[in-house]
Design a protein around this ligand. Structure first.
Ligand SMILES: Nc1ncnc2c1ncn2[C@@H]1O[C@H](COP(=O)(O)OP(=O)(O)OP(=O)(O)O)[C@@H](O)[C@H]1O
Length: 263
């Protein structure tokens, strides 16, 4: 599909990544090209070890490509920055801070007034339905609630790009479904450029505008599938014919790569 070059937010250009290990060189990414438009929701699927996290870490500036480059707003990524927020599978909350303090933590860099700091934190805590738990500590929360705090913190920092590495991977199926709906609703009401890694094809199809299927290691992009299902999407969307066609198509492509990875 021809894409409008003027609104490219993240441009991944021929990115290769090699790791030197005790057992020799591992080629994790072998030439990845991808343009992500402003406010686009991209999901990435592919067999274990195909380089999904490596790619996310390179966009985040946590790792450097061996060759090629990533630009965000036409600036080459060299290190982490406030324009990119990362949400990992493990919640990464500060255990000694309350929900509100955790959400406010990143905001402190923004030099807001005390009132604005309070207002922004409350807005995003409310968005994820945790207003009643504002003063609770992480140990008092369930896994789903902790991940909601991480999402609230990610959104509150208002990065231009939200990078999510299997954020719902550690949650039970019901909580996972609930958080998918919440994230969908959040993105539908307050758009952001999202790069979301998942093992769950159904999750990819319900969330994304485009799903990137990666090939078995050394990781390359095998295919990019447009998800031509209009928003707003709900859990009922999963019952539709088109949803299931897309899910099956993507699943069979991922399965092909899974078999390849097993060889
Ligand atoms: N720091 C590292 N040092 C050496 N090899 C690494 C390192 N990080 C990743 N790798 C290797 O690079 C390849 C890609 O890893 P990566 O974690 O990016 O894959 P992934 O697709 O995210 O996997 P999963 O779905 O299992 O999380 C794997 O073979 C992995 O063993």
């Amino acid at each position: 599909m021809a894409r409008d070059k003027t609104n490219v937010k993240v441009d991944i250009k021929n990115v290769k990544k090699m790791y030197n290990t005790r057992n020799g060189e591992v080629v994790a990414l072998n030439g990845v090209d991808l343009e992500i438009a402003e406010n686009e929701f991209i999901c990435v699927v592919g067999p274990s070890g195909c380089g999904k996290s490596t790619l996310l870490n390179i966009i985040a500036g946590l790792q450097h490509p061996s060759s090629g480059e990533v630009t965000v707003n036409n600036q080459v990524v060299k290190e982490p920055g406030p324009d990119r927020g990362v949400i990992f599978q493990q919640y990464a909350l500060f255990p000694w801070l309350t929900v509100k303090q955790n959400v406010q933590f990143g905001l402190k860099l923004k030099k807001y007034t005390k009132e604005k700091l309070e207002e922004e934190a409350l807005k995003y805590i409310d968005m994820v339905g945790l207003s009643d738990f504002m003063n609770a500590y992480p140990k008092e929360l369930s896994g789903g609630m902790k991940q909601r705090v991480a999402i609230a913190r990610g959104y509150a920092m208002n990065p231009e790009v939200l990078l999510m590495d299997e954020p719902f991977g550690a949650l039970d199926a019901q909580t996972r479904t609930q958080l998918q709906s919440e994230l969908l609703h959040t993105w539908e009401t307050e758009k952001k450029t999202c790069f979301f890694i998942t093992h769950d094809v159904e999750e990819a199809v319900i969330l994304a505008q485009r799903v990137v299927v990666m090939s078995a290691r050394p990781g390359r992009i095998k295919n990019i599938i447009d998800i031509d299902i209009p928003y707003p999407r709900t859990q009922e969307t999963k019952m539709t014919k088109r949803f299931n066609e897309l899910k099956n198509e993507i699943w069979s492509q991922v399965y092909e790569e899974y078999l390849e990875a097993k060889k």
